[in-house]
Design a protein around this ligand. Structure first.
Ligand code: HEC
Ligand code: HEC
Ligand code: HEC
Ligand code: HEC
Ligand code: HEC
Length: 500
């Protein structure tokens, strides 16, 4: 029997083509099996090896399989003899005898075909599985997904696979995503992609199928407290404290309402924007209890002048949480966070100001950036605080490492991702965010705007106050920090800057 296999393989190799075919198929098969065994014991974890094993080897295997009949066809053409004769010539007397005796050769053929089919199945499913892993999506095209991978790993969703948010359910979605993936491979190979990768992504899986599998909007209620410490640019890096009470209810089932009102089951908000960036709203509509829509129009845009298609969309989670996973930081808030955590020692004089300076510097590439941060900070402290430095050398070292991490996570020169390339809509600190709709220009028929008072979305318990907010037992004085004059002042000054 074993002799038969070899005879069979030798027999198949009619000419150079089918020889190459037999060689490719057999070696791809053996390598793939070895790779699988290696992976089982945890030998191979590298994405490039995976790419070779799951895409390269199957490709070789298939090419090999196709080369064999191709070789036979060429063989028959060049000799002008029919397949049957050639076949007889390729196999020895004994093999043919064995064949005539009954089935061994047939059995060999059947067995090998079966192995092929099973193998193609296994390879196919493990390739799909591999390509669904976050590690593959994040690192296979290395530099392309670098920014998304870096920010993803630092997010609360670092254990959620990319495909769980990016690929819809069902075969059509799977097929579309594979087509898309094939195109992405080509564009990555031939350098056809945009830098930075454009956002929003048109084919993001609907939030109902993703976010809402794990987060149930009806569950949101009450307030959530946001405490932030920020630091001044002075020598002492003076801390300031902000406390917001975010109103996050849905307003359903007797709960207080808040941000999640937009996504509560009974509500719907839809909008049309200029272009698909969703930055500039043309109109916004809120569904009313009686099923009609209440419309607000952007009084700055003369609707009849707008050319090009409307981009209508029903609001869902990612209209606010567009940075739920790919969370890019702002340089100042990134520093404040590390300083508050003590990773950057705030007893280093002027560290906030200097760190911000080096983070905002422009560098040729990532290496140069990381190096530049280190060199400039050391130089500056050597020059300006030579007597403080010896005692603070370790603190400065640690601070530099932390500042380099900020740079590494947020700045990706190869992809043209810089500060502000991707803004968060959750709030109004980076771009307009909530104020894309909540602004005085967005008015109904009677000229009334969508509500936008400072207490609609949050209570501001402390705003850059020198003291952390004190929760008082007595509820009547709990809000003493937000006296109405400060509020009015904040309000006016605020809208003046927004509207300028
Ligand atoms: C929890 C859901 C979630 C996961 C997991 C996730 N993403 Fe995203 N991704 C998003 C959202 C939301 C956006 C922004 C879409 C928008 O604004 O419309 C986005 C945008 C992107 C973009 C466009 C650029 C940008 O930042 O807007 C790319 C590329 C991308 N994701 C790749 C990945 C890769 C690679 C992974 C896995 C390593 C991944 N995503 C995992 C939700 C997710
Ligand atoms: C597979 C489950 C899963 C999916 C899908 C998912 N999340 Fe999450 N999400 C989590 C977990 C787990 C956390 C971390 C909770 C924690 O740390 O308290 C989280 C955290 C968050 C947080 C931060 C909460 C906080 O307290 O800071 C937000 C906001 C969020 N998710 C929004 C989204 C959005 C928007 C989507 C869809 C684009 C989404 N999630 C999809 C599981 C998921
Ligand atoms: C209109 C904007 C908006 C929409 C739409 C929205 N959210 Fe939120 N969400 C917020 C705001 C604002 C917060 C509070 C942020 C903070 O605390 O800093 C929040 C907080 C959260 C939190 C953290 C809750 C906590 O207890 O701190 C999660 C999780 C979350 N949202 C998930 C979702 C999911 C899932 C959806 C879609 C079903 C969604 N959000 C839709 C604005 C929105
Ligand atoms: C696409 C437009 C749009 C965006 C973006 C948007 N909103 Fe709204 N929001 C609306 C509309 C429309 C209403 C209802 C106005 C009305 O009363 O008719 C509303 C109402 C609200 C309400 C009051 C809910 C209630 O119970 O009446 C809160 C709170 C709110 N939004 C918070 C936010 C926050 C926070 C953000 C940003 C994270 C945000 N919104 C972004 C359109 C938007
Ligand atoms: C439509 C909802 C909405 C309205 C109206 C609104 N805000 Fe906000 N605001 C937010 C959200 C959402 C955040 C982000 C909270 C976070 O970062 O977690 C925020 C954050 C803030 C912060 C904290 C910024 C920081 O440094 O972290 C301040 C201060 C603030 N708002 C002031 C105001 C003032 C003053 C007004 C009135 C002019 C106002 N807001 C109106 C939704 C709103």
């Amino acid at each position: 029997m074993r002799r038969l296999y070899f005879a069979f393989l030798r027999g198949l190799s009619a000419n150079r083509y089918s020889q190459a075919g037999v060689f490719l198929t057999t070696s791809a098969f053996i390598l793939f099996v070895l790779f699988q065994l290696g992976s089982l014991v945890g030998l191979f974890t590298n994405a490039y090896l995976g790419l070779i094993a799951y895409l390269g080897l199957p490709a070789l295997f298939m090419v090999g399989l196709l080369l064999i009949p191709f070789g036979w066809w060429r063989h028959s053409k060049s000799t002008g003899r029919p397949f049957r004769d050639l076949f007889a010539a390729q196999f020895s007397e004994e093999d043919i005898a064995a064949r005539q005796e009954g089935a061994p050769l047939i059995r060999v053929i059947l067995l090998l075909t079966l192995i092929n089919v099973v193998f193609v199945g296994v390879i196919g499913s493990s390739t799909v599985h591999f390509m669904d892993s976050a590690h593959f999506c994040g690192t296979a095209c290395h530099s392309v997904m670098g920014p998304e991978w870096a920010t993803y790993q630092a997010s609360p969703h670092a254990n959620v696979k990319c495909v769980e948010c990016h690929v819809g359910e069902g075969t059509v979605a799977l097929f579309k995503s594979k087509l898309n993936g094939a195109w992405q491979m080509i564009s990555a190979t031939f350098d056809l992609y945009e830098r930075p990768i454009p956002t929003p992504v048109g084919n993001l899986r609907p939030a109902r199928e993703t976010c809402e599998k794990c987060h149930w909007p009806e569950k949101f209620h009450g307030n959530s407290v946001v405490n932030r410490v920020s630091f001044d640019m002075d020598e002492e890096n003076t801390p300031m404290y902000t406390t917001l009470l975010m109103k996050i209810g849905t307003g359903s089932e007797g709960q207080a309402s808040g941000s999640h009102w937009h996504v509560a089951d009974m509500n719907e908000v839809r909008y049309s924007s200029l272009g698909d960036e969703r930055e500039e709203m043309m109109w916004v509509e809120a569904k009313q209890a009686d099923g009609t829509w209440k419309r607000y129009e952007n009084s700055n845009i003369i609707q009849s002048n707008v050319t090009g298609g409307e981009h209508i969309r029903s609001m869902d989670c990612v209209d606010c949480h567009n940075r739920a996973t790919h969370i890019y930081e702002q340089p100042e808030t990134a520093l404040d966070l590390r300083m508050a955590r003590g990773e950057i020692d705030r007893s280093l004089p002027f560290i906030k100001q200097k760190a911000l300076g080096v983070l905002l510097g422009s560098y040729a590439d990532k290496e140069a950036g990381l190096r530049g941060i280190e060199v400039s900070l050391w130089n500056w402290y050597r020059e300006n605080y030579p007597d403080v430095l010896p005692a603070k050398a370790m603190a400065l070292d640690a601070a530099i490492t932390s500042i380099q991490q900020i740079y590494d996570r947020n700045i990706h020169p190869g992809m043209n991702v810089d500060w502000g390339s991707y803004n968060s809509y959750l709030g109004h600190q980076e771009g307009d965010g909530c104020f894309r709709c909540h602004n005085p220009k967005m008015v109904d028929e009677e000229g009334l705007a969508i509500r936008m008072d400072c207490t609609l979305c949050h209570s501001i318990l402390a705003d850059k106050s020198p003291q952390p907010f004190q929760y008082l037992q007595d509820p009547t004085v709990a809000h003493a920090g937000v006296d109405s004059t400060t509020h009015q002042y904040l309000h006016d000054e605020f809208w003046n800057t927004v509207l300028k």
